[in-house]
Design a protein around this ligand. Structure first.
Ligand code: KG4
Ligand code: ZN
Length: 347
């Protein structure tokens, strides 16, 4: 069939992104361009993403982002087949900024408009990067989400379990804040953990004693806070090695929980899908090398093929949105100008 070329927009959290993806049937999809403009510097002083600041920055940067994506891909608007945009879930101001720009572009060009669920964007990434076929087991671990899904189709996901409080990325970010490390917390905690001893502190592994795939990470953060305060009191501050050991201990605890819950999810998935099982990860936390390695080991235990997208496609990006747009366009699932921005939108 004809090649399809789609522009994707993403602005649901603190990254403004635009990308162009092209796909010819029977060939691997091509990411012609992928532009991601972060906002970390804008939120740094506040210790977290400030929704109003994020929304304004998205509005200011989206146009530029689109122009850059078109230029990098050497593609003009009239060579596109559709405009795909994250329509939720996320911070509503940012989602609205993206949806409004996408509507403007669709109205101006006459191209179809496609609203994409941000989580579906992450969950369909293994098809973009590895051509994964349904059904596959997916662990989605990001700053706002953590869940095990079986992906049966582009609009058909079964949730096996997920966090009952903080998402693991959020726990990494809060840990970084507790230890006065820069945001986003994941990469800085991971870097500190390299020189730390993961066994020095005994931190909890919440919910491991309970059956099922649900997870909890907020107790871990509380335990960490207690250890930090104890150390600060004893030594008048946090020593370099204390901090590294706390990071290593925290990362090891998160890794253990994710690994054990992955075993349970894999058993459940394989029980009903024994043929060529695939276990894929996505979301920002899957950029963590120790977590990746542990999940790969678990996957091997079950004889499942392990898929982890390249790091740039694990964290928020617009190529995954453009790809989800291609999948939806091929399935005839387009939207019209009534497309709404949704702050909440479970898969
Ligand atoms: O998927 P993502 O870019 O955004 C959404 O939350 O949707 O994920 C961002 C999250 C942040 O919480 C960040 O700290 C975490 O992913 N993260 C990591 C690493 N890189 C990013 N967590 C652990 N280790 C990392 N290397
Ligand atoms: Zn995300």
């Amino acid at each position: 069939s004809e090649p399809v070329t789609i522009l994707g927009l993403e602005s649901s959290c603190d990254d403004t992104a635009a990308a162009i993806v092209r796909h010819c049937d029977g060939a691997a999809p091509e990411i012609l361009s992928s532009v991601v403009l972060g906002q970390t510097d804008l939120h740094e002083a506040f210790g977290g993403v400030v929704p109003e600041i994020a929304a304004r920055a998205h509005t200011e940067k989206l146009d530029l982002c689109v122009e850059q994506a078109l230029a990098d891909a050497n593609v003009t608007l009239d060579q596109l087949d559709a405009i795909a945009v994250t329509a939720g879930p996320g911070l509503i101001g940012g989602v609205l900024a993206g949806v409004m720009l996408a509507k403007g572009l669709a109205a101006g060009t006459g191209l179809p408009l496609i609203g994409v669920n941000h989580l579906a964007g992450h969950a369909l990434t293994p098809r973009l990067t590895d051509g994964a076929s349904f059904p596959y087991l997916m662990l989605l671990v990001s700053g706002g989400h953590s869940q095990f899904l079986i992906a049966h189709g582009i609009d058909d996901f079964t949730r096996l379990g997920g966090t009952i409080d903080d998402a693991p990325g959020e726990a990494f970010d809060k840990t970084a804040k507790l230890l006065a490390l820069p945001q986003p917390g994941g990469p800085s905690v991971e870097a500190e953990a390299k020189s730390g001893d993961p066994t020095r502190f005994s931190l909890p592994r919440p919910l491991l004693d309970r059956p099922g795939c649900d997870m909890s990470f907020s107790g871990l953060k509380t335990a960490l806070l207690r250890e930090r305060d104890r150390l600060v009191e004893a030594h008048g501050g946090l020593r370099v090695q204390d901090r590294a050991d706390l990071c290593a201990g925290f990362q090891a605890a998160v890794t253990d929980v994710l690994a054990e819950k992955s075993r349970r999810a894999l058993s459940e998935y394989i029980a009903s899908n024994p043929f060529d099982p695939v276990f894929a990860v996505a979301g920002g936390v899957s950029a963590n090398m120790q977590i990746r390695a542990a999940l790969e080991t678990v996957s091997k235990e079950f004889g499942a093929r392990f898929l982890a997208p390249p790091l740039a496609l694990c964290t928020d990006n617009a190529a995954m949105i453009a790809w989800a747009g291609i999948e939806r366009l091929r399935a005839g699932l387009t939207d019209d100008m009534t497309l709404a921005a949704r702050p909440r939108w479970p898969l």
